[in-house]
Design a protein around this ligand. Structure first.
Ligand SMILES: [Zn+2]
Length: 377
């Protein structure tokens, strides 16, 4: 195996559908990301390959989802107007039924399952499935634009190998579906850093959601105040995540890398830049673990393409120049990979953000110290 061999899971089949004409989740963002990386020649090296996804199998899906739910998704793909959709939280503005729903959900979930296979077999050290990260899907219902929960399905595959998994979710929204799936386990550490549920869907993800039974202390939540910016985000991440990784000693890292935390995202309120996001990914990389990266939210298409392209640079050890390749620039009118004009956050707002997160970190530290030895200095 060559050192740091990385795979990028993608096929056009993942990006041709439309959820609804007004839906913020636009699968063409995946095609944009792929196109940008192609124009960077970021797949031409021996250690940076594109691999098409496969469909998830029923055996894989049933590890988390109910048979009734899987059957219902298949049926509703064929008959989008079925009245039973509401039983599964489908047929809503957030979670519409659309004709290719089952096939696309199988492919994005299968992409994450395949990624887990490639890491388990040590064929690859890092795999990025930009179509994955659908962290809100529940056992028997859709939620938050998510049908099947591919992070959970992938983690189940690692668990079958008796591996310990650290799941770190940096999407702007709380990773509620993944947290719930492993809430009582001590071999899956879930960490979600997100805009506070007081301001944003799904409303959960408070520091007191800490796990149950032997899983107590293995669900970690760090809510952030709206407008939280690069510097504070990075400081928070560095306080919380490396000590927990050091304590937990995982065999594999699974990261959900939604970029709806970007300051230009139309449906959320954090203030990250592409360069801030990239810095966080470099910390993931520094853990030197088998690494499954997943996409997630991200509703400003240009920000998604830039952030995940930059992310693939980190994952596959390539330096992408800041100047966007000329053809992509001409088509999409984007000149720079990193943000040129980060948002200006006033000192007053910075103070509010910092006080909010400092309080949450100290509460979390106090609660965890009652369970195991940890310091967030
Ligand atoms: Zn999100």
């Amino acid at each position: 195996m060559s050192p740091n061999k990385a795979a990028f899971i993608y096929s056009d089949k993942l990006s041709q559908h439309i959820l609804s004409t007004s839906h913020p989740m636009q699968p063409k963002r995946l095609a944009m990301t792929y196109d940008l990386l192609k124009q960077y020649n970021a797949f031409n090296q021996n250690n940076a390959n594109v691999i098409p996804p496969r469909k998830a199998t029923r055996n894989e899906l049933i590890k988390f989802h109910t048979k009734d739910y899987i059957d219902a998704i298949e049926n509703m793909s064929n008959n989008p107007n079925t009245i039973s959709a509401a039983l599964y939280n489908l047929g809503t503005a957030d979670n519409p039924c659309y004709p290719q729903m089952f096939e696309v959900a199988l492919l994005s979930t299968g992409g994450s399952a395949l990624a887990a296979d490639l890491l388990i077999s040590s064929e690859y050290d890092s795999v990025f499935n930009i179509s994955g990260g659908l962290h809100h899907a529940m056992r028997s219902n859709a939620s938050g634009f998510c049908v099947f929960n591919d992070p959970v399905i992938a983690i189940e595959k690692f668990l079958e190998q008796k591996m310990k998994i650290a799941y770190i979710d940096i999407d702007c929204h709380h990773g509620d579906g993944v947290q719930e799936a492993f809430y009582d386990r001590d071999d899956v550490l879930t960490i979600s850093i997100h805009e506070s549920g007081a301001f944003l869907f799904p409303g959960t993800g408070n520091t007191n959601e800490i796990g149950t039974g032997k899983g107590r202390g293995y669900s970690i939540n760090v809510p952030l105040y709206p407008y939280t910016y690069d510097e504070l985000y990075k400081d928070t991440f560095k306080k919380i995540v490396p000590p927990l990784i050091e304590f937990f000693q995982p065999d594999v890292l699974v990261t959900q890398m939604g970029i709806d935390s970007h300051f230009q995202d139309p449906i959320t309120h954090l203030s990250l830049t592409v360069q801030g996001f990239t810095e966080i990914l470099k910390i993931f990389k520094s853990f030197n673990l088998k690494w499954l990266s997943l996409g997630g939210g991200g509703y400003n298409l240009k920000a998604v393409a830039r952030a995940w392209a930059s992310g693939w640079g980190v994952i596959s050890n390539q330096t992408l120049q800041n100047d966007i390749p000329i053809n992509f620039n001409q088509t999409h009118n984007i000149s720079s990979l990193f943000d040129i004009s980060p948002p200006k956050i006033t000192d007053d707002i910075k103070n509010v953000c910092k006080k909010f997160v400092d309080k949450n970190i100290s509460t979390l530290e106090k609660d965890l110290k009652a369970i195991y030895s940890i310091n967030f200095d």
